[in-house]
Write a protein that binds this ligand. Structure first.
Ligand code: G3H
Ligand code: 13P
Ligand code: ZN
Length: 306
């Protein structure tokens, strides 16, 4: 059944677990995500980026996700990830998205507040929940100054003001994660002190972007079959669990699915050079994504929560 992020995350906040927001851009990735969640009876957020929507077509992606969601027995939200374009946001509203992220994180605070307020007004009038972002994603390297670190991470006092003024339903915060497969040069370092302070001062459910773990076994498999993924490094699983224990209720994962897709397809193409049926090739990527997603559900604690 289709629901909003707010509904899913308010439940997660009560139950002290997190729900995965997994990015999709096609049929097979969506199937892998939804099947894994159905089998483990977990709620799920299907995230679609601007470029994923452009790749697939807004009406096609909407039909794919909504058709699978409506058939599923678990709660499914169809979420716009990092929305920045007004026309695209309206397009998503018109095409049945149930949740919108307005990402004004690169704008100065006042602009971010004004932009977020406007989107909240439109979305709430149509029953759609809104995620906003405050702070800028990026790793906390050892050679970064305290001032630079502070400028990038979410400021707890600003978060209080931001939520009060915008009335956003959920808030994405910056505590040292970043997007992609190369998140940390040395050891992973997250600002758990910030998370704790924000959680103590703000009521709305919190979101962690850039939360892929860049699973070593998947990297090994991809590299074994010809990939070159060098110094890929993600957020350790223990850090994800700690972030959830401190109040994160939505964990964003895209990179880990891309890596699984790549590893699965490389493996089958290499092991079965005679193969040329796209269903068998893409199917191998889908199968490995499903395995990875099932693992994530256990880590996040969302199994059995549907
Ligand atoms: O937040 C970023 C996601 O990984 C989406 O990436 O714009 O390449 O689809 P994308
Ligand atoms: P990853 O690149 O760590 O998977 O993060 C995805 C994300 O934050 C999507 O919004
Ligand atoms: Zn993100």
């Amino acid at each position: 059944m289709l629901v909003t992020n707010k509904e899913i995350q308010v439940e997660a906040q009560k139950g002290k677990y997190a729900v995965g927001a997994f990015n999709t851009s096609n049929v097979e990735i969506t199937q892998a995500i939804i099947e894994a969640h159905e089998e483990l009876n977990a709620p799920v957020i299907i995230a679609t980026s601007t470029s994923a929507i452009k790749y697939c077509g807004i009406d096609v992606l909407s039909s794919v996700v909504r058709t699978m969601a409506q058939k599923a027995k678990i709660p499914v939200s169809l979420h716009l990830d990092h929305g920045t374009d007004y026309d695209l946001i309206i397009g998503c509203i018109r095409n049945g998205w149930t949740s919108i992220m307005i990402d004004g994180s690169h704008a100065p605070l006042e602009e971010n507040i004004a932009l977020t307020k406007e989107i909240v007004k439109i979305c709430h009038a149509t029953g759609i929940s809104v995620e906003a972002e405050l702070g800028r994603l990026g790793g906390i390297e050892d050679n970064i100054s305290v001032d630079e670190r502070d400028a990038r991470l979410t400021d707890p006092a600003e978060a209080v003001r931001f939520v009060n003024e915008t009335q956003c339903d959920t808030l994405a915060i910056a505590i040292g994660t970043s997007h992609g497969a190369y998140k940390f040069k040395g050891e992973a370092k997250l600002a758990f002190d910030r998370l704790e302070e924000i959680r103590n001062r703000v009521d709305v459910p919190l979101v962690l972007h850039g939360a892929s773990s860049v699973i070593p076994e998947i990297i090994e498999k991809a590299n074994k079959y010809g990939a070159d993924l060098g110094a890929a490094k993600g957020v350790p699983i223990e850090d994800i669990k700690k972030a959830i224990s401190l109040g994160i209720t939505k964990v964003n994962i895209d990179t880990d699915l891309r890596l699984a897709f790549t590893a699965g397809i490389r493996e089958i193409l290499s092991e079965k050079p005679e193969l040329f049926d796209p269903r068998k090739i893409i199917g191998a990527g889908r199968a490995l994504i499903k395995e990875v997603v099932k693992n994530k559900i256990e880590v996040l604690g969302s199994a059995g929560k549907a």
